[in-house]
Design a protein. Structure first.
Length: 310
């Protein structure tokens, strides 16, 4: 039996993913027609990017799952025509990229590297760098990305606390949940990393009150989602010195408009949504594994809870 797999994403994605997907299907022993155009009633699986022109899933009566190319699913969870399981992308390559990016910026702030990188003149003032065990790092969001980031930072010796909506456990990490748990993590985080999904419950989770709860001179790193931060509140906290510096990789509008105050702010580092990118080879292997599971009656990996939005 041959499967019909529809690739529903922009043309540039097809250029990147076609061969890795074919290679992964072949390695798994799956015979399949992988195409950009298949009659809806004949489609078995949909490999999907939320910015695809496919927005009406009603005709796809035979399809068994929508396999998202992105980790973020906020642009599809509200689609009322989606009547079949939706799996988000949890790509080992993306995870490794995120961990490396976050760790680099945590180390930058922890060691105060900007002092040397950006200094001018000939000032020679020796200082003793702190040890990781002396630095409290908080991570909001203990999903796949947050948990792996926490493990890496713990292995480096940092005092790590993690917060999630529901109770979780991670060796070496002080885990918190719920409203009081959020306040506890904010209050101790000298460096705060945001790795939460974009949902109505997380929008503006870093607002004026949250920033006020943090230690004076704290640092914020956001590679998660732009709407997690109340931009005006953060700029106010940066201006007052409450927050020493922020590194921001994601924004409400992307590309970040040229007139946005983040660009010129002396205490903001803007990066162009580069913290983590799905890698075609490893992502294709994840997609094919889910197709295998669908064909053998196993549960799909990384299923989205539509009520929670992630």
């Amino acid at each position: 039996m041959s499967l019909n797999i529809l690739f529903a994403a922009r043309p540039e994605r097809w250029t990147v993913y076609e061969q890795p997907l074919r290679d992964a299907l072949r390695a798994a022993g799956i015979t399949a027609k992988l195409k950009l155009d298949i009659p809806p009633s004949e489609v078995d699986y949909i490999v999907y990017a939320p910015n695809s022109t496919l927005q009406d899933f009603t005709p796809y009566t035979r399809a068994k799952a929508v396999l998202n190319l992105w980790a973020g699913v906020e642009k599809i969870t509200g689609n009322t025509t989606l009547h079949i399981p939706l799996a988000r992308m949890v790509d080992p390559g993306l995870t490794k990229g995120m961990v490396e990016w976050v760790t680099g910026h945590v180390m930058r702030y922890h060691l105060g590297l900007d002092i040397d990188i950006l200094h001018t003149g000939t000032d020679w003032t020796p200082r003793t760098p702190p040890l990781a065990q002396e630095r409290k790092v908080g991570i909001l969001g203990m999903g796949a990305l947050g948990a792996e980031t926490a493990r890496t930072l713990v292995n480096l010796g940092f005092d790590v606390a993690g917060w999630s909506r529901s109770a979780k456990s991670e060796p070496g990490v002080k885990c918190f949940h719920g409203d009081q748990g959020l306040q506890d993590v904010l209050a101790r985080s000298e460096i705060l990393v945001l790795l939460l999904p974009d949902t109505p419950a997380t929008e503006n989770i870093i607002n004026k009150a949250a920033l006020a709860a943090m230690p004076d001179g704290a640092f914020i790193i956001n590679p998660g989602r732009g709407p997690l931060i109340d931009d005006d509140a953060l700029i106010g906290a940066l201006d007052s010195g409450k927050i020493a510096h922020a590194t921001l990789d994601v924004f409400r509008i992307e590309p970040l408009p040229a007139e946005h105050p983040y660009w010129a702010h002396p205490h903001v580092t803007v990066t162009p949504h580069i913290a983590a990118e799905t890698r075609a080879v490893t992502a294709s292997q994840v997609i094919v594994e889910n197709i295998q599971r669908g064909e053998t009656g196993q549960g799909f990996l990384h299923l989205v809870d539509r009520t929670l939005g992630y």
